[in-house]
Design a protein. Structure first.
Length: 293
């Protein structure tokens, strides 16, 4: 078994290989040509091997997607016996349907390209919409990171903690995390304008006074939802507030805005390689992969 750590997930790929039994690492040589085109090469013989490609597709999404495509094609061309792809953050997964006339279904394009290039199965982490996985005909696995967050926050000395989901649709996940931490949870009323993308958070009375809060979401992109939720909670007397998510994209100045709004810290996984990646998903992937092997 050979693990191929893609350019976007070098450390995660190496960690997975170390946790796997009888797995070796295939070095990846990658560069950008002067005109901006990308080059990636797997520097190991893959013939007859089960290959695990680890490559997330966070910003710049198209850049990391192209690298993923090149690695899958390289492994297939090298006569790999089986290709497992682990894409912790799958780009374009927020568009699970056409919202306006004339739109492409971008998530379907990504899924079909991965499959048509030769991947035999795919693992993702906390995908925004599981409807996207239906575009694959190969086997799919959606890993859930909630128990990792529960374990992380149990190590902190939180005062009467409350977990808050960004909307009602995410309440089920928040309830699972709350169960692990043996605490309660609630959610915010959130709506998004389809044309402008502007988010509105409804002010509602939540008993947060003198409590430590964990605002948990699958993705933090611009941070608009988090900032509004933090400001609302602060006005209602909350104590320490943590922003947590599986995929800390943190576009532009999102990190600064969230911390300035009053968050103690931003806790993300290493689905995105950044300083906010405080939780590794490598053990979660290895556990699930070995279970399905």
């Amino acid at each position: 078994m050979i693990v191929v750590p893609g350019p976007a997930s070098q450390m995660l790929g190496v960690e997975i290989a170390k946790l796997m039994k009888n797995a070796s690492i295939a070095p990846v040589i990658f560069k950008n040509f002067p005109d901006g085109e990308l080059y990636a090469r797997i520097d190991k013989d893959l013939k007859g091997e089960h290959v695990i490609i680890v490559q997330s597709t966070y910003h710049p999404q198209d850049h990391h997607l192209m690298q993923l495509y090149e690695l899958i094609d390289a492994a297939r061309s090298a006569d790999a016996k089986k290709i497992t792809v682990f894409v912790p953050y799958l780009a374009y997964s927020r568009q699970d349907k056409k919202f306006l006339n004339g739109e492409p279904l971008s998530s379907k394009i990504v899924c079909k390209t991965i499959e048509n290039l030769g991947a035999n199965e795919i693992y993702v982490l906390d995908i925004h919409s599981e409807l996207v996985l239906k575009f694959f005909t190969i086997q799919t696995h959606n890993l859930i990171a909630l128990k990792l967050f529960g374990a992380y926050f149990k190590t902190l000395s939180l005062v009467n903690p409350l977990i808050i989901a960004p909307d009602k649709g995410a309440l089920e996940k928040a309830e699972a995390a709350a169960k692990i931490m043996k605490t309660d949870c609630t959610y915010l009323e959130k709506s998004r304008d389809r044309l402008t993308g502007e988010i509105t958070v409804e002010i509602k009375e939540i008993n947060v006074k003198n409590r430590d809060l964990i605002l948990i979401d699958d993705i933090i992109s611009t941070g608009g939802t988090m900032v509004k939720a933090i400001e609302m909670a602060k006005k209602q007397g909350a104590n320490k507030i943590y922003a947590a998510c599986s995929h800390a994209l943190l576009i532009e100045n999102a990190k600064a805005r969230i911390l300035q709004a009053g968050a103690m810290d931003i806790i993300g996984t290493n689905s995105v390689d950044s300083e906010c990646a405080k939780i590794s998903v490598a053990p979660l992937f290895v556990e699930e992969f070995l279970r399905n092997k």
